[in-house]
Ligand binder design. Sequence first.
Ligand code: AMP
Ligand code: MG
Length: 403
Amino acid sequence: MPPGVDWLPVAEAQARLRAALSPLKGTEEVATGEALGRVLAADAFARRSNPPRANAAVDGFGFAHESAAEELPLAEGRAAAGQPFAGALPKGQAVKILTGAILPEGVDTVILQEESHVTGARVRFDRIPKRGANTRMAGEDMAEGALALPKGRRLTPADLALASALGIARLAVRPRLRVGVLSTGDEIIASPDLPALPHQIWDANRPMLLALAQGWAAEAVDLRHAPDDPAAIAAALDRGARECDLILTSGGASAGDEDHVSRLLTEQGELTAWRIAMKPGRPLALACWQGVPVIGLPGNPVAALVCALIFARPAASLIAGAGWREPLAFTVPAAFGKSKRPGRREYLRARLNADGAAEVFESEGSGRISGLSWAEGLVELPDGAVEVAPGTPVRYLPFAHFQ
Ligand code: AMP
Ligand code: MG
């Protein structure tokens, strides 16, 4: 690390960012089927028990356990899902019952079809099961009035199933987070549809960051590309402040001659943090533009992605109302060796091999975008010194969790 500069540890930068942000206000109601990825603004309670009534867990025959016998007369009719048995089952009889059918009055136990033999109007059983066998109790999954999904929860596909099963047709959610993405740099050409001269490069960060924001179930707002010109960057930030709740910029975040993003944010944007002791991605600007938080990511696509995952994603989650969420990490054996010096945290492009050990990309070169694409996660090496040899436990952060 260059001496004479105060490098901010990752955890400290995260803590400052977290303290500076607050969740979006406001609530709207959406249909449960349309609530994927939205953040609950209020606790959601079960409108009805699940299951609403005791029912059969298998296809078979139902009877009252107290009158169970090796052979029982078979009642006429049957109980099927959606087609309940008419009336109560007479004492000492069995009835054909199918999975999901509510238990008729007089039935508390079900025996599997495969363990039963029907002859004429009688059914014989291989064995007599325990009372309550093969049945599901009313409310055994969740009772009416119980807390189904807590405020602040970001809704998953399974949550939509739970809410629907409990009769919750509409959910109170926070407004959808809007994340603006702006690229900066004189060398950047906005799209690979356009020609690029040898000194120009196509914008790799914007499609990546817009896609990431979509993965967070945010509305991704394309703020396009601005050259290294303070007026152009300011105009793009102005638009971002009008249309977004969080702005991600990339490029220009260092302290060089052409690093206009950091200069602008220092002069007009209440810059809150600065050089982060991490690799990749030391220059990182955390600021506020007209009341809207701005995270100035490094231009380098590898660093931009890592900083987006470590800083922008938890920040986006907090603003969306779902709270600051640390990335999920597993401890796995390393499939590589590395001697790491103290002073900064390092994130290596990694993926798990067939043995569940983390292998890392052949190069740590920060310009190797192909390594980002190769990787399925990151290995996080702590701020202090570490000696990693094959088999050493390391922290692995799967990309899948960042969605
Ligand atoms: P900067 O942070 O502006 O100094 O940029 C660091 C490096 O990242 C330079 O090599 C830039 O050309 C490159 N870079 C900046 N923005 C982008 C972008 N949007 N897509 C691809 N590379 C970029
Ligand atoms: Mg630049």
